[in-house]
Design a binder for this molecule. Structure first.
Ligand code: ADP
Ligand code: MG
Length: 237
């Protein structure tokens, strides 16, 4: 379980996350909505321990223990996995090469390769000149090679992904989701048709302002944009 407690984060002296309280239970499927620039990626990056941010207040705990002083490496070992909105490409390194080098059992992972339909670009440099949708599928595959990843933080998982590949991604996530938590951000909602989520949160200007049923929340955002959430917040005050 991940607990975000009263988390306030700054970058370049500006408050980006503001007193966030959030709990991601084991096996829970969470969708995080919010307009561009509200802080969704920052939240993921702080959970993973990217060091461009200053945690001004609050804590991030995994199974009740603070992880703020832990390295990215240690956080991965605690079960956290992350597919970034913008992926890093690694020239000169291929997944095919890694599979060989680490003597991974190809037969064991063949299933995943088929489900994600990535066979045709395993021999290419990692994420180098791949399309957005190819990159997301490759990143999911890379996470699958690591043992013990129980929480998947998936940033804009369906951005730039065509419908057929959204189907592949959701099939794969369904196949692993029984004993995993997923936290997904989406601007298209496409993944919500295929993957049943448990909880939705809405973030505005670094604050969590709402938690509701995922489909209801998405319908509300679709019908009037985030203005609906802003107006709803005003009514609450
Ligand atoms: P979202 O993912 O919701 O679109 P981000 O978390 O990427 O939003 O960004 C939230 C805000 O914080 C934006 O205004 C962005 O420009 C700013 N920001 C993000 N990372 C940094 C950083 N390392 N330094 C300065 N500002 C940042
Ligand atoms: Mg983002």
């Amino acid at each position: 379980m991940i607990t975000i407690k009263n988390l306030t984060v700054k970058a370049e002296g500006r408050k980006i996350l503001d007193s966030i309280n959030l709990e991601i239970k084991d096996r829970e499927k969470v969708v995080l909505f919010g307009p561009n620039g509200c802080g969704k990626s920052t939240l993921f990056r702080v959970i993973m321990g990217m060091n461009e941010y200053k945690v001004a207040k609050g804590d991030v705990l995994v199974n009740g223990k603070s992880i703020l002083s832990r390295s990215i490496d240690e956080r991965v070992k605690l079960g956290l996995g992350y597919v970034a909105q913008k992926s890093v490409s690694i020239k000169g390194v291929t997944l095919e090469g890694l599979i060989d080098q680490y003597d991974l059992d190809y037969d064991k992972i063949k299933n995943i390769i088929d489900t994600l339909d990535i066979d045709s670009f395993l021999h290419r440099d990692i994420n180098y000149n791949l399309s957005g949708g190819e990159t997301k599928r490759l990143e999911l595959f890379t996470l699958s090679l690591m043992d013990g990843i129980y929480t998947y933080l998936l940033d804009e998982l369906d951005s730039g992904v065509d419908l057929e590949n959204i189907g592949r991604i959701s099939n794969y996530l369904k196949s692993i989701s029984k004993d995993r938590s997923l936290v997904i951000t989406t601007h298209t909602g496409a993944i919500l048709q295929a993957l049943k989520m448990d909880t939705a949160y809405v973030m505005l200007e670094g604050k969590i302002v709402c938690t509701r049923d995922p489909i209801e929340t998405w319908e509300c955002i679709k019908s009037g944009g985030y203005d609906n959430c802003v107006n709803c917040e005003k009514r609450k005050k």
